[in-house]
Ligand binder design. Structure first.
Ligand code: UP6
Length: 260
């Protein structure tokens, strides 16, 4: 098995999301996804204007925004197009297929119309992935793929024992639609998936509310994840741009110096 990005790009032709992401990662030399957990659209746009050169993906929780508007989505799409990053809605779908379809397509946010990728819990079984596939195949959508949540970063999470392994089995059935996993440790031995990891902070180890953070070195070199998802370590920094650059540089050098 060869884990170099060049090799993985060749494996990914069937998976539009991963092809897109790996191209961005290689051309911008970054494996940083920033979690923009801010509640005002102007704060998110300002953040993106500072960090766009350092990210391959911008992760949102659209339902925490207090002044959502379609102008905001249009601005994000323009920035994403111009500066090359994907729009990632971390909705963590976890319901029956029909409800998931409605949550993807309807409501205020019409997620499937603008998000390039979303997260899906495997807890409801693989019907949710088959729903995701139907939406991508049958509708006019921005979505290129989804990530399955194999393992959560929180203390006491129930995503252990058989859970990551069974999640991987679901993903293997839909390799064109599942780009990879949200995990703490690389959860499968297949380089055609990408392994995304939250719970990264160079200075702090926890937020006092269950979140568990570890260093980039731990997340990428030891735990063998590919893409680091970083929120507050960057968004709460004094100098957001400098911090994004620091995380991107450290993340990328850990990734490219890893041989497996
Ligand atoms: N996230 C986790 N852990 C998971 C899955 N997702 O923290 O297992 C998400 C959170 C948040 C981001 O919803 O948006 O990643 C982490 O932010 P932080 O770096 O500020 O802790």
């Amino acid at each position: 098995i060869c884990w170099s990005l060049e090799n993985r790009k060749l494996l990914l032709s069937k998976n539009p999301l991963n092809k897109h992401i790996i191209e961005i990662m290689m051309s911008k030399q970054t494996n940083l996804c920033v979690a923009a957990d801010l509640t005002k659209t102007s704060e998110i746009i300002e953040l993106v204007q500072k960090i766009h050169s350092f990210i391959c993906a911008l992760k949102l929780h659209i339902d925490i925004i207090e002044d959502f508007s379609w102008d905001f989505i249009t601005s994000l799409q323009t920035l994403a197009q111009e500066h090359k990053f994907v729009l990632f809605e971390d909705r963590k779908f976890a319901d029956i297929g029909k409800t998931m379809e409605l949550q993807l397509n309807k409501g205020i946010y019409k997620i499937s119309s603008w998000a390039n990728m979303v997260t899906v819990h495997s807890v409801a079984g693989d019907a949710t992935i088959s729903t995701f596939r139907e939406v991508v195949e049958n509708q006019n959508t921005a979505m290129e793929g989804c990530l399955l949540i194999a393992e959560l970063s929180t203390e006491g999470a129930l995503t252990r024992d058989f859970y990551p392994k069974e999640t991987v089995e679901f993903a293997k059935k839909y390799p064109n639609f599942v780009g990879g996993f949200i995990c703490q440790k690389r959860c499968h031995d297949d380089p055609s998936f990408l392994y995304w990891t939250p719970g990264v902070n160079q200075e702090q180890r926890g937020d006092g509310a269950g979140q568990q953070w570890r260093s980039i070195q731990q997340a990428v070199t030891q735990d063998k994840n590919d893409i680091i998802i970083v929120g507050r370590a960057i968004t709460s920094a004094q100098d957001v741009k400098a911090e994004a650059e620091r995380y991107a540089t450290a993340g990328w050098s850990s990734l490219i110096s890893r041989s497996d």
